[in-house]
Every structure is written in structure tokens, then in C-alpha cells.
Design a protein around this ligand. Structure first.
Ligand SMILES: [Zn+2]
Length: 107
């Protein structure tokens, strides 16, 4: 099966966030270009941004619309949580810190 580029994000965490949201609404997604971004500690060129890819047969406009809807839905519900270990701000749908791997503290 072929894949096509859906969208780009300036950071890997945002790209991964998009892919997770897409998966959560039933659209398969892959993050590519993940090793180029920020390799030099700079804001990368758009060409080097992490990319979110979807299956070729998937409707792009539909996927983007549903991605936006899912994103708005999530942001309206739960705030990001703060990692107790490294202090990073983590999106609410993640159960563990993307940076250090610490699990989400119980409320
Ligand atoms: Zn952490």
C-alpha cells in the first residue's frame, strides 16, 4: 500500500501528536522525517520538518478536517499535564512523558 504526505509540523512531538490523533479516529498514520528535525538545535527548514503521512486511499481534506475536530475536542477537555520528573508539559492523551518516560501522576 502506498502512502502520501498529509501535513508537516515544526516539531516531532507535534507530528507524533497528529499521528496519534489520526490513529485515534481510525486513520492510519506514519511520522516521517523524524530524525532530521532539530538535529542542529535550530528551527529546521520546512523541508526538514517531521511529516505526517496517511494511506494513499485516504481522503486528505477529510483527514485534515477530522484531525482539526479531534484536536479541538481534546483541547477543550483536558489541559496538558506537567511531568513530575523533568517538568515537561505533556498533552493530556499521553500516559507517559515523551521526554523522560515518566508516567503521568495520579490526580
Ligand atoms: Zn519527563
Amino acid at each position: 500500500m502506498g502512502w502520501k504526505l498529509l501535513t508537516r509540523r515544526s516539531t516531532l512531538i507535534e507530528a507524533q501528536h497528529c499521528a496519534n490523533l489520526l490513529e485515534s479516529i481510525g486513520i492510519r498514520a506514519q511520522v516521517r522525517n523524524r530524525f532530521l528535525a532539530g538535529a542542529l538545535g535550530e528551527i529546521p527548514q520546512v523541508e526538514a520538518w517531521p511529516q505526517v503521512w496517511i494511506p494513499e486511499g485516504q481522503d486528505e481534506a477529510d483527514a485534515l478536517a477530522r484531525l482539526d475536530a479531534a484536536s479541538a475536542d481534546l483541547s477543550g477537555r483536558a489541559p496538558p499535564w506537567r511531568c513530575m520528573s523533568c517538568g515537561e508539559s505533556i498533552e493530556p492523551q499521553f500516559a507517559a512523558c515523551w521526554q523522560c518516560g515518566a508516567t503521568k501522576p495520579e490526580p
